[in-house]
Write a protein that binds this ligand. Structure first.
Ligand SMILES: Cc1cc2nc3c(=O)[nH]c(=O)nc-3n(C[C@H](O)[C@H](O)[C@H](O)COP(=O)(O)O)c2cc1C
Length: 205
């Protein structure tokens, strides 16, 4: 199979956070979500094995409870930082309970300890799957945002969703069809400025 590198790069480079231009009224097909999760589980995984679990929430009651919790955390974050909530954040949080689907990327287990190597191995075996999921959604023109703020309230999320103990939520993706959004490359510092060659600090090629 010939891979169209330009198309792949386009997906990789335009998986933007979409909070405003989302269609809150159009359902998202379950099979499309399962297809995206099938892509996600192709991500690299460490020795711990395939400990990922995905919970797709469509029912109004848990969505309402999750949305309330999300708004509470978001308000607190902006208050603590002494900042006004940005309109883009408000656009999603105000209507989060109406989102057609929330996908919770969870992991069965907890890091062995606080050592960087344990943490890197543990989260390194789940976050690539989350990113693959976001890319698969992007490739299907489904809008989403990488949200991790709910992870600050693990116990409440677990209670709302019936998650077992020793299971961690990492990222929650609110998913909807795009409504008039054009996703573009972000302004980022170019590779040449953040890449060293052969020795730390050496930037010339
Ligand atoms: C680790 C991480 C956590 C994030 N958590 C949230 C979140 O809880 N809510 C949210 O609206 N966006 C969240 N974002 C999305 C960022 O705010 C987003 O990347 C930023 O708005 C820049 O947009 P862009 O990715 O389209 O360039 C998170 C992103 C990362 C990488």
């Amino acid at each position: 199979m010939n891979i169209d590198v330009d198309q792949v790069d386009e997906v990789l480079s335009t998986a933007r956070s979409v909070r405003k231009n989302l269609d809150f009224d159009r359902p998202v097909d379950r099979q499309d979500l399962l297809d995206c999760i099938d892509v996600a589980v192709q991500a690299p995984v460490g020795l711990g094995g395939e400990n990922w679990r995905f919970l797709v929430v469509e029912d109004p009651k848990p969505k309402q409870e999750i949305a309330e919790l999300y708004r509470e955390i978001l308000r607190r974050i902006f208050k603590e930082r002494g900042m006004e909530m940005k309109p883009t954040h408000r656009a999603l949080s105000d209507r989060l309970h109406e989102i057609p689907a929330m996908i919770f990327v969870c992991v069965d287990g907890v890091p062995a300890d606080e050592e960087p190597a344990s943490q890197i191995g543990f989260y390194g075996s789940i976050l690539p799957a989350a990113w693959s999921l976001m890319l698969a959604l992007r490739a299907r023109n489904l809008g989403t945002t990488w949200t991790s703020l709910l992870s600050a309230r693990q116990e409440e999320v677990a209670r709302i969703l019936g998650m077992p103990e020793q299971t961690l939520l990492t990222v929650m993706f609110p998913v909807a069809h795009l409504k008039g959004a054009t996703l573009r490359r972000a302004k980022r510092v170019p590779a040449s400025e953040v890449t060293f060659w052969n020795r730390w600090g050496e930037q010339s090629i």
